[in-house]
Write a protein of this length. Structure first.
Length: 120
């Protein structure tokens, strides 16, 4: 495509007109949105205990697998070889301590943010 063709397409002398009724439909949609009530916020305060319990359960299961606990739960021998090798490498790299540090950091940031937002 030549530069002249591109200039003709972009900066042509033709005036582009919207189809009939387009402006009225857009304005009607804008007015409907302006009158609509705000969206109901998600109840994070009620969901946080469940999310925390789920994260804790996953952390406990992974911790027991990494530490090799022989309780009545699953062991590393029950898992597929690929998962076993990933967990072994994670244990060597100290994934448990990293996960604990991340959780503590997340909780402290969320707590500080919640306290700061509550005061404004």
């Amino acid at each position: 495509m030549a530069q002249d063709d591109l200039d003709r397409i972009l900066f042509g002398e033709q005036e582009i007109m919207p189809s009939s009724g387009f402006v009225a439909e857009v304005m009607a949609a804008v007015q409907r949105e302006a009158v609509a009530p705000p969206a109901i916020p998600f109840p994070w305060k009620r969901a946080l205990p469940g999310i925390a319990a789920a994260v804790s359960a996953v952390a406990l299961v992974l911790g027991s697998l990494l530490m090799g606990a022989k309780a009545h739960g699953p062991t590393l021998a029950d898992l597929p070889p690929g998962v076993t090798s990933v967990l072994h490498v994670a244990h060597q790299m100290g994934a448990g301590w990293i996960a604990i540090a991340l959780v503590i950091s997340l909780v402290s940031v969320k707590l500080a943010t919640g306290l700061a937002v509550g005061r404004t």
